[in-house]
Design a protein around this ligand. Structure first.
Ligand SMILES: Cc1cc2nc3c(=O)[nH]c(=O)nc-3n(C[C@H](O)[C@H](O)[C@H](O)COP(=O)(O)OP(=O)(O)OC[C@H]3O[C@@H](n4cnc5c(N)ncnc54)[C@H](O)[C@@H]3O)c2cc1C
Length: 303
């Protein structure tokens, strides 16, 4: 059987304990939503990752790279393919002078704290973004006036065919919540960041300020995937949603956060269907009232 033979190959590459069947995706997304992935694989090195992708391609099975799942909504029926999670595993960090080399699975929060400890400034903006380096690079994650584009010098990526490419900042084509990685379906293996010397106390002070700003303004007490929509040119998504009278609007367990209308939150028992219905309603209302299209920032899987 095709699936059984792929399962066995993935076990040989990654070790049986690192290949899970029917793994519930609500355990691996910050929305805490999502049905099972047929297979869930945890490579611990670039070689295992390359082998895993190659085996999936050969078997004609779809695969999906997952970081911390902080920008993904997985459908209630799950994903009929192989989810390859880099978070928890590919987490090596090397600091030399002002350069910081990070494997794709390192959490940005951890990277920002390590940078501060080493007296390196530039990554403070990322200290509250709950994603991995890989996810942040694909999305060109940003906050409070900073973005990955400002700090990345180059990245090592792998093509679907297993070819390794070292891409410079320019070649990464980092734009608003996008990159060439997303467009070409590359996999990020590692990133080299270039920071500047700074004072640890000042860096940590700025990170604390940003943490307080987030805690005050964002509904961090509920599961979510952060900002649901991209910022439309000339507007703020949250303000448009609030002005459309949708603050606190609910579908099942999904709600437009009362604290920050740009966030859809899971009140505890939301399904992916609830979230999608809510998103469509918000898009329709904002289009009808203001003529503005809200494009989803959150990625969907298994729909
Ligand atoms: C409370 C909260 C606050 C947030 N605040 C911000 C914010 O201020 N700014 C911001 O930009 N975002 C924010 N986000 C969204 C999210 O944290 C970022 O988009 C983050 O960069 C996603 O990283 P991740 O590792 O969780 O990626 P995932 O959600 O796992 O994946 C996101 C996309 O990246 C792809 N991907 C992940 N890793 C790799 C890899 N190694 N190679 C190739 N593709 C990969 C996935 O396939 C998917 O398409 C927030 C989310 C939450 C829940």
């Amino acid at each position: 059987m095709k699936n059984e033979s792929l399962y066995n190959t993935l076990c040989e590459i990654n070790g049986a304990e690192n290949v899970l069947r029917n793994e519930p995706m609500n355990k691996h997304t910050t929305f805490r939503i999502g049905g099972p992935a047929r297979l869930f694989c945890l490579p611990r090195s670039a070689a295992q990752l390359a082998g895993t992708v190659e085996a999936c391609e050969k078997a004609g099975m779809s695969w999906y790279i997952l970081g911390n799942g902080s920008n993904v909504l997985v459908s209630d029926s799950g994903y009929d393919g192989v989810v390859i999670q880099l978070f928890h595993n590919m987490e090596a960090v090397r600091i030399e002078g002002c350069l910081m080399e990070l494997e794709a699975g390192v959490l940005l929060v951890k990277a920002a704290h390590l940078a501060a400890k080493a007296g390196l400034t530039g990554l403070e903006f990322a200290s509250g973004i709950p994603g991995t380096v890989g996810g942040a690079l694909v999305m060109n994650a940003g906050a409070y006036g900073g973005e990955m584009k400002d700090v990345v010098r180059e990245a090592l990526v792998m093509t679907k065919e297993g070819k390794l490419l070292r891409l410079s900042r320019e070649e990464l084509e980092l734009g608003y919540r996008t990159s060439i990685i997303a467009r070409k379906g590359y996999v990020v293996l590692s990133a080299l960041l270039e920071l500047k010397e700074g004072l640890q106390t000042e860096i940590e002070g700025r990170m604390q300020e940003l943490k307080e700003a987030r805690t005050t303004k964002q509904p961090l007490e509920y599961p979510s995937a952060g900002s649901t929509f991209k910022r439309p040119a000339g507007y703020f998504a949250g303000k448009l949603i609030m002005d459309a009278g949708l603050r606190g609007y609910r579908v099942g367990g999904a709600e437009v956060s009362e604290k920050h209308c740009g966030f859809v939150i899971n009140r505890g028992d939301a399904t992916a269907e609830d979230v999608m219905k809510l998103i469509r309603h918000v898009q329709t209302e904002v289009r009808d009232k203001f003529g503005v299209e809200l494009e989803m920032e959150v990625k969907t899987l298994g729909f």
